[in-house]
Structures are given as structure tokens and as C-alpha cells.
Design a protein around this ligand. Structure first.
Ligand code: ADP
Length: 273
């Protein structure tokens, strides 16, 4: 089996003096070509794990291996090139005056020759269905379109792993569907591995494997079919269930009267009692 990412026993705290760790022995691995989702309550350590993998912190215990190579202070810039991060707020990811400038930005920083850059801009925009928007102003695009441009900028850099850090959480359902379709397409086209931190349980349900985090630890690792088999499982894992999810649809179909919002763990427990 070809492991593109291996994380072993990560222990990390933001404040040196504190006796509380934000990550408390996190271990998992991702196969090349796999789509792995990480879910869990706010503050459980999902983003911190992603930032550590992306080489943003120098001091931590444990190892992060990317493509078989351990991340160190010396090789961080080289290994980071294998990773593309897509963040939550598309507005914070824009730097260019036009869509094409924006997609080119990362390549300019890497000193990629102009001809190659222009070729990759077109190819990446085509892959995310945004080629017609090449000369547009990023600020005028919809949330979903902005995220697709951000993804284009990343795939133009030819990463091996895409990390989505709540990348769809600020989008409306249309934008969310657009970006998910694009990620699925480019994953196949470029043989990418996807690590997705998400609140969207339907998105997690369409991935290959799901990790659940709580208080800086991985408390469950399972295929989505097993994890989402029963609401009791989800309650036990402390997951919030979104109203639009298929799970909620199932509950509604079974006669449960559900509110028009996210259902918290406590609410779900009360409902099922
Ligand atoms: P998640 O992504 O699961 O919501 P995070 O990784 O963002 O969780 O946060 C894990 C813990 O680390 C939380 O308790 C959070 O308050 C804390 N934390 C996150 N970022 C920082 C930071 N920059 N400085 C100090 N503590 C932080």
C-alpha cells in the first residue's frame, strides 16, 4: 500500500507554558488517491492537525511523513510543495486583480517560466469550469466561483495532496455542490489525495474513510457507511447533524418533527429518547 501521508503520535500545544495539549497523540495515515475526511466538534484539533501537516509549526512532538519523507525544519519548503491548502474564506485567498492573475500568483512565487505558467492557468481554470471568467475581477464572483478559482491556483502548482479546511462551510448549497464536484473531478484527473476537514456530514459520507476527533484525539476511524449507520453512533461521537443531510431526511421520513437548523448532540439525544 502506498501511503502518501503518515502522521504519528502528534502532540502539540500553542502555548508553551500551558499544561493542556491541543493535540494529544494523533496518528493516522492516508493512502495515495484516497479521500479522507476529518470531522468533530469545533475546537477538537482538526485545523491544528492540518496546519501541522502543512509545516506551519516548527515545534511539535511526533512525526509527519509526506511521501515517505519526515517533515523537518530543513525540508519544510520542499515538502510543502506537495500540499495544496484550500481554506474556509475564499475572500482571504485572493491576491490578483483578475482571475488569471490570481491563479498565476503561486506559480510566480515559484519562478515557473511564463509560457508554462500561461498554459497551466488555462488548464487549471478549465479543470474547475472557470475558463470563461479568466479576465474577471475575483471580488465580483460568487462564493462557489471564488473557491473554484482558489482551487485552480492550487492545482496549477501540481500538489499531490489537497487539504480542504472547511472549504465549503461559507458557501450556499449550490456553491458547495459546485466545489465538491470540481474536487471529485480534479482528484481523478490529477490522481490527487484529498484530506478534508468538514462539518458537512453528507460530504464526509461521500469520502472513502472518516476520522472523528475529540479534544485533540482521534476517537474513531471508520468507513462512512459504518459511522453513519445509526443516529446513536453519531450521538455517541458527539456529532451535530445538519438539517439538509440524508440522515436528517431519513429521520424526517420516519416521522420525526425536526427543526430548521443544525441539530446538536443534546437535541438529537432528546429527539431520539
Ligand atoms: P477545530 O479545527 O477542530 O475547530 P482547532 O484545531 O482550530 O480545532 O483548535 C483546537 C484547539 O486549539 C482549540 O481549543 C482552539 O481554541 C485552540 N487554538 C486554535 N488556534 C489557536 C491559536 N492560534 N492559539 C491558541 N490556541 C489555538
Amino acid at each position: 500500500m502506498n501511503k502518501i501521508l503518515e502522521v504519528e503520535n502528534l502532540v502539540f500545544k500553542y502555548e508553551k507554558e500551558s499544561d493542556v495539549n491541543q493535540l494529544n497523540g494523533v496518528s493516522f495515515s492516508v493512502q495515495k488517491g484516497e479521500w479522507l475526511s476529518i470531522i468533530g466538534k469545533n475546537g477538537s484539533g482538526k485545523s491544528t492537525t492540518a496546519r501541522l501537516i502543512d509545516g506551519l509549526f516548527e515545534e511539535f512532538e511526533g512525526t509527519v511523513k509526506i511521501d515517505g519523507e519526515s517533515l523537518t525544519a530543513e525540508n519544510v519548503w520542499q515538502l510543502r510543495q506537495k500540499i495544496g491548502m484550500v481554506f474556509q474564506n475564499p475572500d482571504n485567498q485572493f491576491v490578483g486583480a483578475t482571475v488569471e492573475d490570481d491563479v498565476a500568483f503561486g506559480m510566480e512565487n515559484q519562478g515557473i517560466p511564463r509560457d508554462e505558467m500561461l498554459k497551466r492557468v488555462d488548464e487549471a481554470l478549465l479543470a474547475v469550469n472557470m475558463l470563461d471568467f479568466k479576465t474577471r475581477e475575483p471580488a465580483r464572483l460568487s462564493g462557489g466561483q471564488k473557491q473554484r478559482v482558489a482551487v485552480a491556483g492550487i492545482i496549477a502548482l501540481r500538489p499531490e495532496i489537497i487539504i480542504l479546511d472547511e472549504s465549503t462551510s461559507m458557501l450556499d448549497p449550490t456553491g458547495r455542490a459546485e466545489i465538491m464536484r470540481v474536487i471529485h473531478d480534479i482528484k481523478e484527473k490529477y490522481h490527487l489525495t484529498v484530506l478534508s476537514i468538514t462539518h458537512d456530514l453528507d460530504e464526509a459520507a461521500s469520502s472513502d474513510r472518516v476520522l472523528v476527533m475529540r479534544a485533540g484525539e482521534i476517537i474513531k476511524e471508520a468507513a462512512p457507511a459504518e459511522l453513519f449507520a445509526t443516529s446513536e453512533n453519531m450521538v455517541e461521537l458527539g456529532l451535530d447533524v445538519p438539517f439538509s443531510s440524508n440522515l436528517m431526511k431519513d429521520l424526517r421520513a420516519n416521522g420525526f418533527d425536526l427543526p430548521q437548523k443544525y441539530l446538536s448532540e443534546t437535541e438529537l439525544v432528546e429527539l431520539l429518547a
